[in-house]
Ligand binder design. Sequence first.
Ligand SMILES: Cc1cc2nc3c(=O)[nH]c(=O)nc-3n(C[C@H](O)[C@H](O)[C@H](O)COP(=O)(O)OP(=O)(O)OC[C@H]3O[C@@H](n4cnc5c(N)ncnc54)[C@H](O)[C@@H]3O)c2cc1C
Length: 495
Amino acid sequence: MTMRRETCDVVILGAGFAGSLLAIIAKQQGRSVVLLERARHPRFAIGESSTPLANLKLAGLADTYDLPWLTSLTKYGPWKRDYPHIACGLKRGFSFYHHRRGEAFRPDRQHGNELMVAANPDADRGDTHWYRAEFDEFIARQAVKARVTYIDHCDVSAIEHDGPWLIRGTCDDGPVEITASFAIDATGESGRLAEALGLKRSTDGIRTCSRGLYSHFEGVALWADILETGGHRLVDHPFPCDAAALHHLIDGGWMWVLRFDNGITSAGFSLDSHRRPLDLHISPEAEWRELLAAYPSIQRQFADATPVRPFTRTARMQRRLSVAAGEDWAALPFTASFLDPWLSPGIAYTLFGVERLARILGEHWFDPNRANQLACYSRTLFREMQLLDRITSACLSRMDSFPIVTAITMLYFTAAIFTEERIRAGQARPDDAFLLADDERFVSLAVELCDVAHHVAPTDVAAFVKRVATAIHPYNTVGLCDPERRNMYPFTGST
Ligand SMILES: Cc1cc2nc3c(=O)[nH]c(=O)nc-3n(C[C@H](O)[C@H](O)[C@H](O)COP(=O)(O)OP(=O)(O)OC[C@H]3O[C@@H](n4cnc5c(N)ncnc54)[C@H](O)[C@@H]3O)c2cc1C
């Protein structure tokens, strides 16, 4: 078989939505681009719940790089009108329910074990859950339309880096060899390029410690129906609680439930690896059943549910590379690190990285300062990850106390909403970090409160909650932490 040879400016390994999007942008900037994918679309991918910040970043990329086809995918209404063939789900916000082992869920009048935070004013302007198989396939097709050289079903066998990048592999048509001056690792968890560079992949310094158990299901009941069957009234809910990233908090972990319009629901547990260590003697299916059996209301929600794909069960999910970029390469955020899906930060974190990298490649391609810019990209990614780690580990360690989790979660929402408002008002700087991770005052208050959260005694919870409310006040543009709201927050931001 003849060897296929390609020479390009930029080779991108991994055609998830992030790799494909960056390939389209680099091509738009005048680079020749080869995009290599190991699998073939449509393929399963986890990481489905988008957020306002993610959608604002997506809209910004559409605007900056003249990608009008992308704009409709940033809101539920336009998405459904313009791309009815790409499945998604409506996300009006975040909803949380705190369960006690062996007991049916019973909300109280003050909503002391519930939290709902609206993220948008109505369904038309709603956020979305991305059915990644179809979403990622669409973006990869757009890359082909943009004349990116796309090679899928490609098994990369060797990566050499003495001078330009030399990547060898085998695809359906035979062997392939790609020479490139810049390489991007967008392979996510595999970190294929990072591995070739011999980069250390570790959990160094990461506090969050959790493992995952998840699948896609059919037949998951509406949580609203479970609540109503239990005689609970939903009048205070600021939006339909199922049109959300729905979180069930349990002892030593939490569960996500994300509904798509095609009848499929993504659901999974993130479990504290210390308190619920992985036991390979129990099958994933049996562990799933055991978890549901301990929480009667969740079990009722999944009574008629059947998985439509095998369960994925992971060991500890956290990972990070020692560095995320060099002179002539960069790793995208999900390749550089991962913590936990708690509060759905991943897509936004990824798009902040894509935007930053796109700017560096666009503005500094021929510039000797490019290496410094890339080093800065790497440092920012890890600074963002470290702040997120503080918030995530504090929440995961306090699943026993809903008021503490709620208070720490407010740090996340405050930072996210503050950033959204700045973007909408045109006040954001191009290099602003995700979640105010470059705002020293915010980081220091968040770090202090997260550290304290691990040790707050039951008698001190009320004082701690007040302390959080006072601390976030300068950033709290939409009235979070208001006791009069009784944990039910309608949308009050700008649009
Ligand atoms: C359990 C879990 C739940 C999550 N939930 C959320 C959520 O609700 N919301 C959220 O915002 N984020 C979530 N995330 C994070 C989210 O998954 C990532 O931010 C997102 O997938 C990043 O997209 P990506 O395109 O960078 O990587 P990926 O989607 O991982 O794409 C990587 C691509 O690279 C390809 N590839 C792999 N190896 C090779 C190779 N050797 N050669 C060529 N190609 C290769 C893969 O086939 C794949 O197509 C979650 C993550 C996990 C693990």
